[in-house]
Design a protein around this ligand. Structure first.
Ligand code: COI
Length: 443
């Protein structure tokens, strides 16, 4: 049964107050007035090109302007999402995971709203430390939301659940882009930026991003993963090798993009293809290679990833593309309620620091921050395939594909899947080359 009546209840604020009841009521009304004020403002959306042009010739005044844009823009974007959370049925907001995110957002909203204007470089340094702290504090938002919405799935119609989740994720990406870009610009200006890549970049945007190199990096990281047992409809398939990936097409393609976004998507797509291939061909003497083709069009760059992993429609799974694949609702995707998945989400959302420490920088910080890698995928590092093969199945938490779709669309790209049932899957990723599209409307 879905609960449709939503926000007729009064808006609640979670911030604790130890004073008298009338003081607490006054504070409650004051905080809600502030929220209304910010939520009524439109987000000032940007294009990739604006982010690059603004950051290209940095000086003190521009850096301070950037700081104050981030300082005033983030609470507006957070306020929109707080209103979204408040519009959910009460039973959803109180779910484990959702409640945690609601509290985190309220606290961040209050802190940004009260943050004084940045006027000097020293104040900007302090602001960057504050931003870094918030980025870290919010590292568990995606697994927490994913857990909370899975638990809430019986109370929300699938369209409503999915559109809510999409807005939450798009907006989160946007806020993290603004915060991370500003931190990177500040570090580059101060000469303390740690980016070791020789590729040219402005803040977090790589202006000549080499697509082949990014694909190769993802392949390298994925193939270096320890072997184990891949989950297959509740059973397990022992993995003792990973398939090769061949790259062809326009191999010298370069474009301006956020490298971590491109690599997040490619990593997830290749991860799915590798898994499907090892599962389908586990008793064959050799594994068919995965093909990654890069194309540089006039307006977009395209990447097609083709595998021979059997396709998406098997007798046991009649998934609709893309609505079911990208859905967070158990109505469209029954695996959302799997106990093993919920258990992994619980553990990922409660201890991001432990996970980070285990993986280090190597496997891609983004995959971890977005919660797409499970404990099993990252903790088996003995390097001994036989030993690894003895562990339980890799539970899949199903965040990678919906997140990749959202990353692809963020600046106006797309992600399409075509299943050749019984044979394999082709995935088409398209990303805009010119950087002139605004961030998604839902920031
Ligand atoms: C998030 O990661 O959800 C954020 O909102 C980060 C932002 C506060 C810097």
């Amino acid at each position: 049964m879905f609960t449709t009546s939503a926000a007729t209840r009064s808006i609640r604020t979670p911030l604790r107050h130890s004073g008298t009841r009338s003081e607490s009521t006054a504070l409650h009304f004051y905080q809600n007035r502030q929220l209304e004020l910010y939520a009524s403002k439109a987000a000032k959306r940007l294009t990739l090109r604006q982010l690059v042009f603004f950051g290209r010739s940095m000086d003190k005044d521009r850096l301070i302007k950037s700081a104050n844009y981030v300082r005033t823009e983030l609470p507006v974007r957070i306020a929109h999402r707080l209103r979204d959370l408040q519009a959910l049925p009460y039973v959803v907001v109180t779910q484990e995971g959702v409640a945690k995110v609601y509290e985190l957002y309220w606290s961040a909203f209050e802190q940004f709203r009260r943050y004084p204007p940045v006027t000097t470089l020293a104040e900007n340094n302090a602001f960057c430390s504050f931003l870094a702290e918030k980025l870290n504090e919010h590292a568990t938002v995606i697994p927490s939301l994913s857990l909370g919405l899975s638990l809430s799935s019986p109370y929300l119609p699938p369209d409503r659940l999915d559109s809510f989740m999409r807005r939450m994720l798009v907006s989160r990406i946007s806020r993290r882009v603004l915060a991370e870009h500003h931190i990177a610009l500040s570090e580059i200006y101060a000469g303390t930026h740690k980016e070791s890549s020789a590729e040219p970049h402005v803040g977090i945007i790589f202006t000549g991003l080499n697509v082949k190199q990014s694909v190769e990096k993802c392949v390298r990281l994925l193939r270096a993963r320890p072997f184990g047992v891949e989950d297959h409809y509740g059973g397990g398939v022992r993995v003792t090798r990973w398939p090769e990936v061949t790259i062809d097409g326009h191999l010298d393609t370069k474009f301006a993009y956020i490298r971590e976004h491109l690599e997040y998507i490619v990593f997830e797509l290749l991860k799915n293809s590798m898994r499907a291939t090892v599962v389908k061909h586990h008793d064959s003497p050799s594994l068919p290679a995965i093909q990654a083709t890069i194309a540089s069009g006039e307006n977009d760059i395209g990447i097609r990833i083709s595998d021979q992993g059997g396709g998406l429609h098997t007798p046991k799974s009649q998934i609709k593309i893309p609505s079911d694949l990208f859905s967070f609702s158990h109505v469209r995707n029954a695996t959302r309620m799997d106990n093993s998945r919920l258990g992994v989400l619980r553990s990922v959302s409660s201890r991001p620091e432990g996970i980070r420490a285990t993986v280090g920088e190597q496997v891609g910080r983004w995959q971890i921050d977005q919660g797409s890698l499970t404990d099993h995928e990252i903790e088996h590092d003995s390097g001994d395939p036989e030993k690894e093969a003895g562990v339980g199945p890799h539970p899949r938490i199903g965040i990678g594909l919906p997140m990749s779709n959202i990353f692809a669309k963020y600046f106006g790209g797309s992600l399409e899947l075509v299943s050749l049932d019984g044979w394999g899957t082709d995935v088409y990723l398209r990303l805009p080359k010119l950087g002139t599209n605004l961030e998604g409307i839902e920031v």
